[in-house]
Design a binder for this molecule. Structure first.
Ligand SMILES: [Cu+2]
Length: 175
């Protein structure tokens, strides 16, 4: 009797964990950190968002597109050097290898915002959503900083990022 009772208890726990896991999947397994975008000078309607994205899953993922409510379009972009001159081009997807971090940084990948609805003001935040090939959406909240504060490590000032606070979920225990 005891054993049957225990087995059913285990079954219930497993079912619950599986459900909770699926529900919060994206927030736990793909993490954004250090997201920044430069403040826009008057009249400038474009911006480039930089961040680090970590895929902690055991399988590769792809970013297929980006979207935002604060610009006409958000595109996945890459800087390239063509004949010694820096240019940028749209990329159709970004590969996120399993268990790896991918840096969106100056001179490389970025999310380009075209046709900003409102200027990017230093000290405020703006956000984009990344659509992954597994159907998950990843929300990127970027701190707007002075363009001169952005370097290859995204931002020269430390301790201003609080990116993970809204991703913490309790009750996600499946030991
Ligand atoms: Cu660009």
């Amino acid at each position: 009797m005891n054993m049957i009772k225990n087995l059913s208890a285990i079954l219930v726990v497993c079912l619950f964990s599986a459900g909770a896991y699926a529900e919060h999947h994206g927030h736990h397994d793909v993490k954004i950190s250090n997201a920044v975008v430069g403040a826009t000078p008057p009249g400038v309607k474009n911006g480039a968002i930089y961040f680090t994205i970590e895929n902690s899953m055991n399988k590769d993922l792809m970013i297929l597109s980006a979207e935002t409510g604060n610009a006409v379009v958000a595109e996945l972009h890459e800087h390239t050097v063509v004949d010694g001159a820096m240019s940028m081009r749209q990329v159709t997807s970004v590969h996120l290898p399993a268990k790896k971090k991918v840096m969106f940084q100056p001179g490389g990948l970025h999310v380009m915002l075209f046709g900003l609805e409102t200027p990017l003001v230093a000290g405020e935040q703006t956000s984009v959503t990344l659509n992954l090939n597994n159907g998950e959406q990843v929300h990127v909240v970027a701190d707007i900083v002075m363009p001169g504060d952005i370097n290859s490590n995204h931002v020269s000032k430390k301790g201003m990022s609080d990116d993970s606070s809204n991703h913490k979920q309790e009750g996600h225990k499946h030991h």
